[in-house]
Design a protein around this ligand. Sequence first.
Ligand code: ZN
Length: 259
Amino acid sequence: QINLGNNVLEEIPPVLKHLSCLNKLYLYGNKISHLPPEVLEGLPNLELLNVNHNRIKVIPAEIKRLCSLKSISVTDNHLQQIPSELGLLKSLTEINFTNNKLTQIPQQLYSLPQLRKLYLARNNLTELPEFQFLTLEELFFEGNSLVPFTLMESIQEKEVFSLKELSARLTLQQSTNKLSVVSRALPAYPELQDMLSHWGQCALCSQPFLTTWLECVQFINTRKHMGMKSSQSVPVRVLLCSYDCFNRDDHQYYGLVRL
Ligand SMILES: [Zn+2]
């Protein structure tokens, strides 16, 4: 075993490649930005690799040389991808990539027969792993970007607004007309003006509301609507004034349900 944790190493010392009997290697809490392939190739008996809290962006394909590896831990780094070669390490029982920048799980990961613990919390993943191919005992996946794909039809009962909300809406509507009695009277009521300044507008009917609204999402394509390179559907928040508007069938807004 070697523990070089909590030092200020910027590189993995190349001399480690001669430790062909090495079983466990701890390099957490350094400033390492890459895993040199030549070191990986010299460690055929390594069972545990821990490089938590470093600056690693890429795990090279040569990771497949660690043919005895059972546990790999790369938490708190800058990983954007999991190399598909990880799927060749059939002895892996534990993978920990918590707090990185992962957006995808490669299919090859599902062919790891021994994998029992998979930690992928706090990444940018949008889909759950395909459990049916794995015999997992532990999965940590909190703090990602999951959105369920199951869409359901829903018609909601009309809500009853409070008197305050009803009068606020009427006042807000009237105040857009400069000649209305409300518009002319408002300057005499600064507290009321202040309260009404937090109004919102319905995405469907454009009518104003004050404190009662319905939170929905619409799905926006990152390439088409935001000019980004990657094409992904992302949910964007939309507010509606009432179930009257929500129940209309001429829109693409989705309500949120907690199951
Ligand atoms: Zn509306």
